[in-house]
Design a binder for this molecule. Structure first.
Ligand code: PLP
Length: 436
């Protein structure tokens, strides 16, 4: 079944059975006419009626190389015929081994060991557990707390929810979360000097109870694509060194070129003790993630069965995901993906800067392949203004899911020029209509 009959059946079954993420379901059932996507290619989604939409956020920030990249599809199908899955406990396979080697080669200096998991949340969960267990069994059992930024987003498992600062995601669980000290981010509405001072005070005053500082380097994604200066990361690195606290960079969103460099940490010239990657890691084709750690951390788990990291996921190092993730790195190199960002960034930056002049736009920002603006009025994840832009853009053929009143684009890094031009023109028209 295809076309409108197929679409109607999908929507009917969906509304009967599927519980959607981040969605109040009675509103969804009664008021929302969902997009029904049947296929996607490059930077375009195609719905059941054959209409195309430019994918303004690379499908939740994952499809860094566009949809159905022929080399990634080929790597996946080739691997599926050979070895679809095997456990990784006590078993080695070529894909995971070669991927780990390739990943350490492109990673910031000092990250030498790779722990595989399933998604961004588990990549950060692994980071938290690595840090906690390290201190417990290496002579500092009181180092049990974390530091994170207000408005941070590090995923959805109960462990990482403690790090998060987005109010609606955190609130129902606030009484059962691990101990985390939240500090102001170095960006609007806080001043950088104040944020530096708060971080310094928090780390210096609590070092003997801190396991790690966890940051989204350079950009707080889910909070609303809020960018901040690389200087803060250097500052955090220096403070963590001075007080012997681990620095975890959650590069789940910011990695794989999203900010213009392979890793956002590179803008600051720093290496974290732990780095988390997912999303662009498999080009959005397979759910898979990795947590990279230094030799110091790795060695803190050696020598005694009781010191091992007793943690794993069924699909750790899955051969399909590994084959795709390995091919992603080759495509980055062969197609010079990072080199293609600068000219695209210029266009994104110019568009958002110009929109900053509208009376209904409070502020704008851009970094690498990210452009974002805040519509005036209510703020927070539940604000409605962004959804008006979403509806207008949808009618014009672009998918622009907002974050509350934040309208943003995070297209695939290799989005063809004409699609990027069209996407930005739609953003300008729709924001212009809502914010003039
Ligand atoms: C999306 C995201 C996560 C969570 O990743 P999932 O794959 O959705 O579990 C964690 N950290 C950051 C910075 C993210 O943007």
């Amino acid at each position: 079944m295809s076309g409108s009959d197929g679409r109607d059946r999908v929507v009917a079954l969906d509304k009967q059975r599927v519980w959607h993420p981040y969605t109040e379901m009675s509103h969804y059932r009664e008021q929302v006419e969902p997009l029904v996507i049947e296929s996607a290619c490059g930077s375009r989604l195609r719905d059941a009626d054959g209409r195309e939409y430019i994918d303004g956020n690379a499908s939740w920030w994952t499809c860094a190389l566009g949809h159905a990249h022929p080399r990634l599809v080929a790597a996946l199908t080739r691997q599926a015929e050979v070895l679809g899955h095997t456990a990784l406990a006590g078993i080695a396979h070529e894909n995971a081994a070669e991927l780990a080697e390739a990943l350490c080669t492109v990673a910031p200096d000092g990250l030498e060991h790779v722990f595989f998991s399933d998604d961004g949340s588990t990549a950060v969960e692994v980071a938290m557990k690595l840090c906690l267990q390290y201190w417990v069994q290496n002579g500092q059992p009181k180092k049990l707390r974390f530091v994170a930024l207000e408005d941070a987003f590090h995923g959805e498992t109960l462990g990482v929810t403690a790090l998060g600062g987005v109010e609606v995601f955190r609130k129902p669980f606030q009484d059962v979360l691990l101990d985390c000290l939240h500090v102001p981010p170095p960006r609007h509405p806080y001043d950088s000097a104040g944020a530096f001072a708060a971080l310094e005070k928090t780390i210096a005053g609590n070092a003997d109870t801190l396991a790690a500082v966890v940051l989204e380097p350079l950009v707080q994604g889910a909070a609303g694509m809020y960018t901040y200066d690389a200087e803060y990361l250097r500052h955090a690195r220096a403070l963590c060194d001075r007080h012997d606290v681990f620095l975890v960079c959650d590069e789940v969103f910011s990695g794989y070129g999203r900010t213009g460099r392979m890793w956002a940490s590179e803008h600051a010239g720093i290496s974290p003790d732990v780095l988390c990657t997912a999303k662009g890691f498999t080009g959005g084709l397979m759910p898979m993630a990795a947590t990279l750690a230094t030799r110091r951390l790795f060695e803190g788990f050696l020598g005694d069965p009781e010191r091992a990291f007793y943690y794993g996921h069924t699909f750790c190092g899955n051969p399909l995901g590994s084959a795709v993730a390995r091919e992603v790195l080759r495509v980055y190199e062969d197609e010079q993906v990072l080199e293609g960002i600068a000219p695209r960034h210029e266009k994104i930056a110019a568009t958002f800067e110009a929109l900053g002049g509208l009376p209904g736009v409070a502020r704008t920002r851009s970094l690498g392949m990210i452009g974002a603006l805040d519509l005036g009025g209510d703020s927070g994840y539940l604000a409605a203004a962004g959804w008006r832009v979403y509806e207008l853009a949808r009618a014009r053929g672009a998918y622009l899911r907002p974050l509350g009143n934040v309208v943003y684009v995070t297209p695939s890094l290799n989005i063809p020029e004409h699609d990027l031009d069209r996407l930005l023109a739609i953003v300008s028209e729709c924001v212009g209509e809502v914010a003039s």
